[in-house]
Design a protein around this ligand. Structure first.
Ligand code: EPU
Length: 346
C-alpha cells in the first residue's frame, strides 16, 4: 500500500481549491481498500473518503488520511428478458459510464448525463437530474465497513434514499443509529436498466427542446444530447470555472408556507410533491435576493444559475463558506427559509 505525504488536492476537487492532504492513499482495488482499512490503526488522525471531489469544499489542508477511490471496471453482470444489470467500479467517472452504457445499447441513465463526479459518489448523494434520480436505476452496491473490515452488500431499501440523501450521509450515532456516514467505503455500484425503456421528458427544459426541434419521440441518445446541451448552457464546466454543482438543496415547505410566499412573491418557482409538500427552486430564491454575479473574495454566485457557486480563480474554502452563509442569511431574512448546503465542508 502506497501512502504519500503532502499531496496537492487542487486537481482532486471540482472547486479547484488549493489545499494539501497530509497523507493520501490511492485505492485501486478491493485489496487496496482492505489493506488501507487494516492500516487505519496506525492513523490516529482519522480518515476521509474522496471520490470525484465534485461535492466538497476544502477549507484548509486535510489532516485525516485521504482514501482516494480509483477502483475501475465496468461490465454487464447479467440480463434477463426484463432488464440489464450493470456494474461499475466506484472510481469510474460517472459521465463516461453513462456514455458507455448508451454506446452499448443500454438506455436508462441518459437524463443524468454530465453530472460531475465518480460512480461511487452517486448513491451517497442520490444524484438526480431532469426527472430521474439514481434510486430509480439502482440495483445494489458493495462497500467496505472501515470500522470492522467487512465487505457488505446493500439494496436500494437499505440505502434509504431520499432527495440528495442516503444512509451514507448520516452518522452512525444518529437518532436511529443506522447511518453509515464516514464509515462505508463504496467499492462497486450496480444499476438496473429495464428493457422496456420509456423516455422521461416531463422536465420543462426537455419539453422546450421537443418543441424547438419538433422531435416528439426522442431516442435515449437524443435525450442524452439534449441534457448535455442544457447543462453546458446553464452550468459552468468545472475544468474552466471551479464549482460543485448546485450548492444548496431545493427546500420543501408546507402548502401554507408556500401560499404565504406566493402572496408576497407571486413569481416564486414551486413544484407540488407527491407527499403534499411543495418544493421551491432554491436558485430562484437566491436570484430573487439579488445574488447573481455577487462575490466574496474570489468565490462568486454564477451569473447564469444562482444555485451554483464558482471559484473565479484562487478562491479559498473560507470564501466559499462565507458567501454561502451570507446567501443563507439573506434568503432566511426575506423568505423565512433555511437553505441546506449540498457539498460537504472539510
Ligand atoms: N431559477 C431562477 N434563477 C436562477 C436559477 C434558477 O429563477 O438563478 C429558476 C429557473 O428558472 C427554474 C427553476 O429555478 O424555473 C429551477 O432551475 P433549474 O431547472 O436550473 O433546476 P434546479 O432546481 O436549480 C435541480 C438540481 C440540479 C439538476 C437540475 C435539473 C438540485 C439542488 N439541483 O436544479 O442538480 O441538474 O435540477 O434536473 O436539486 C446538482 O445537484 O448539483 C445539480 C446540478
Amino acid at each position: 500500500m502506497n501512502v504519500t505525504q503532502n499531496v496537492p488536492l487542487q486537481s482532486f476537487n471540482s472547486f479547484g481549491i488549493v489545499a494539501k492532504a497530509h497523507s493520501l492513499v490511492h485505492i485501486r482495488s478491493e485489496e487496496d481498500a482492505l489493506a488501507a482499512q487494516q492500516d487505519l490503526v496506525n492513523c490516529p488522525e482519522g480518515y476521509c473518503v474522496l471520490g470525484g471531489g465534485s461535492n466538497i469544499v476544502l477549507t484548509g489542508d486535510v489532516k485525516p488520511r485521504v482514501l482516494k477511490i480509483e477502483i475501475e471496471g465496468k461490465r454487464l453482470v447479467r440480463e434477463n428478458e426484463k432488464a440489464w444489470i450493470l456494474e461499475a467500479g466506484a472510481g469510474e467517472n460517472w459521465h463516461d459510464f453513462v456514455t458507455w452504457t448508451l454506446s452499448q445499447g443500454w438506455p436508462g441513465l441518459e437524463n443524468m448525463a454530465l453530472i460531475p463526479g465518480s460512480v461511487g459518489a452517486t448513491p451517497v448523494q442520490n444524484i438526480g437530474a431532469y426527472g430521474v434520480e439514481l434510486q430509480d436505476r439502482f440495483d445494489s452496491l458493495d462497500a467496505l465497513d472501515l470500522v470492522t473490515g467487512q465487505v457488505f452488500t446493500l439494496n436500494a431499501a437499505q440505502c434509504a434514499f431520499g432527495y440528495r440523501d442516503s444512509v451514507f450521509k448520516h452518522a452512525s450515532s444518529g437518532p436511529n443509529g443506522i447511518g453509515l456516514g464516514g464509515r462505508a467505503l463504496i467499492l462497486r455500484v450496480r444499476f438496473h436498466l429495464p428493457k422496456a425503456w420509456r423516455p422521461v421528458l416531463g422536465y420543462l427544459d426537455l419539453e422546450r427542446k421537443m418543441t424547438e426541434t419538433g422531435i416528439a419521440n426522442p431516442s435515449a441518445q437524443q435525450i442524452y444530447d439534449w441534457v448535455c446541451e442544457i447543462r453546458r448552457h446553464k452550468l459552468p464546466d468545472p475544468k474552466v470555472l471551479g464549482n460543485a454543482g448546485s450548492f444548496f438543496k431545493n427546500p420543501t415547505v408546507t402548502p401554507e408556507q408556500c401560499a404565504d410566499i406566493i402572496a408576497r412573491d407571486p413569481k416564486v418557482v414551486h413544484y407540488p410533491m407527491p407527499d403534499g409538500s411543495i418544493k421551491l427552486a432554491a436558485g430562484w430564491l437566491i436570484d430573487a435576493c439579488g445574488w447573481k454575479g455577487k462575490s466574496v473574495g474570489n468565490a462568486a454566485v454564477y451569473e447564469k444559475q444562482a444555485l451554483v457557486l464558482v471559484n473565479r480563480g484562487g478562491a479559498t474554502g473560507g470564501e466559499v463558506v462565507t458567501l454561502a452563509k451570507a446567501i443563507q442569511t439573506s434568503v432566511y431574512e426575506r423568505f423565512g427559509i433555511r437553505l441546506e448546503p449540498e457539498p460537504v465542508v472539510i
